[in-house]
Design a binder for this molecule. Structure first.
Ligand code: GLU
Length: 449
């Protein structure tokens, strides 16, 4: 599989001049599936998956080819080196990125990911999905994404801080409250956002703190931001379960990926009466048809390093956990987990995507042919960016809302978004992802006009 992309590149030179040049990047991916960790399926191009999704929606909407081309090209791609002095005195350089996909509906918005898998293909796909996501929930923001290709677990705290500040030094002139508002993503957190906003303030003098969201409460963060992605996903589940005439009580749930979003979602679902029968993290998973207590499993993960050390349940790989008996399967880890190879083995009635891009277009077709409903990432995990938007708004107005105020504002946004997607699904007889893309793309195109 190979993808040819043509970008406008803005350089990250020390002169801080916004020089723009054109480059052609070829991403080639030849692979052997056997040698890959299931969480790290780099052989599939996330960007090409995203573009296939766009093509399906654009076809249904009857969009002009020129408009589709415009939607496919990010406005700016920033690729830069972050030089760093390591604790042992050595010098290293890490590759940083920010893709600013679309600002037709508002400032670019989206997280920064620290992961060894980060590359231009992945960041570009994630930036596109952010533009779609903010449009699905109808908040006045665009889409962007950033990252650094690094395994942050190999860094000390002081190295992590230097890296975070280094990213901002390279990007400071290209971001800002009304330009581009980054946030946390995989392996980044409120502490990292605090360092970043501090560095931004030092460089620019801006004291609004509205250039980054997902900050700690002490540094201008919003109540509810930490649990927002899980909370938003839970609202979507409740709406979908109701729309499909299913019941809450005893409905079984498997969660692949037990990070912030997966964990908070699991706690909410269990309280509401769902039975969590399986969870996994990067080391593997556990499955117990009698039900698991997410809080107890999290305690084990924190104390013993992984959910696999939990006392009950059978141990499974991340591949196996996806194929277990359950009503709701929640991929909450990384991209490309449900593929043409395993989609036929999925037994769930609902796939609720808390991760970005966990299902490939080929798998989507298989799941839909089996009448499995996929609640797409761009709807299901949009609670995070919605509360980020609330945080930005609070910072700009110098306000601080209570958690109940935040969730009282989040709930109708998520429910309206679900309704728009569900209505489009019914009206056009398409799966929920195509419906979500249709709703979002139409809104972006209207704004572009
Ligand atoms: N990283 C999150 C996402 O993928 C949140 C982005 C944000 O808050 O801007 O949606």
């Amino acid at each position: 599989m190979g993808v040819l992309l043509q970008w406008m590149l803005s350089d990250g030179s020390k002169k801080r001049k916004h020089s723009v040049n054109t480059a052609v990047i070829v991403i080639n991916s030849v692979y052997s599936n056997d040698c890959l960790d299931f969480f790290n399926q780099k052989h599939m191009s996330a960007f090409s998956n995203a573009m296939q999704q766009l093509d399906s929606a654009a076809k249904k909407l009857g969009l002009d080819a020129v408009v589709v081309k415009k939607l496919k090209e990010p406005n700016y791609v920033h690729e830069f080196e972050i030089p760093m002095a390591m604790d042992d005195g050595s010098q290293k350089t890490f590759k940083g990125y920010r893709v600013q996909c679309s600002n037709a509906r508002g400032p670019y918005k989206g997280g920064i990911r620290f992961h060894s898998q980060v590359d231009l293909d992945e960041v570009s796909a994630l930036a596109f999905w952010m533009a779609i996501k903010t449009a699905v929930v109808n908040i006045p923001m665009g889409g962007g994404k950033g990252g650094v290709s690094i395994n942050p677990k190999e860094l000390s705290q002081s190295e992590l801080e230097k890296l975070s500040r280094g990213w901002v030094q390279k990007m400071a002139q290209h971001i800002g409250p009304n330009i581009d508002v980054p946030a946390p993503d995989v392996n980044t957190n409120p502490q990292i956002m605090d360092w970043m906003v501090d560095e931004y303030e030092k460089i620019t003098g801006d004291t609004t703190r509205a250039t980054f969201t997902g900050k700690s409460l002490e540094h201008g963060g919003s109540e509810g931001r930490g649990t927002a992605t899980g909370q938003g996903g839970f609202y979507v589940l409740e709406e979908l379960v109701r729309a499909l005439g299913m019941h809450t009580d005893g409905t079984t749930v498997v969660i692949q990926g037990f990070g912030n979003a997966g964990y908070h979602f699991g706690v909410l679902a269990r309280v509401a009466g769902y039975r969590i029968v399986g969870v996994s993290d990067s080391k593997g998973g556990i499955y117990d048809p009698n039900g698991l207590d997410p809080e107890a499993v999290m305690k084990t993960k924190q104390e013993k390093g992984s959910v696999i050390n939990y006392e009950s349940g059978i141990k499974l790989t991340n591949k196996e956990i996806l194929e277990q008996e359950c009503d709701v399967l929640v991929p909450a880890a990384l991209e490309n987990q449900i593929t043409a190879e395993n989609a036929t083995n999925i037994k769930a009635k609902i796939v609720l995507e808390l991760a970005n891009g966990p299902t490939t277009p080929e798998a989507d077709v298989i799941l839909w042919s089996k009448k499995i409903y996929v609640a797409p990432d761009v709807l299901t995990n949009a609670g995070g960016v919605t509360v980020s938007y609330f945080e930005w708004d609070q910072n700009l107005k110098n306000e601080h809302w209570s958690e109940s105020e935040v969730f009282a504002k989040l709930e109708p946004i998520m429910k309206d978004a679900f309704k728009a997607v569900w209505d489009a699904h019914k009206q056009h007889t398409v799966d929920l992802r195509t419906a979500a893309l249709m709703v979002a793309v139409q809104r972006i195109v209207d704004a572009m006009k």
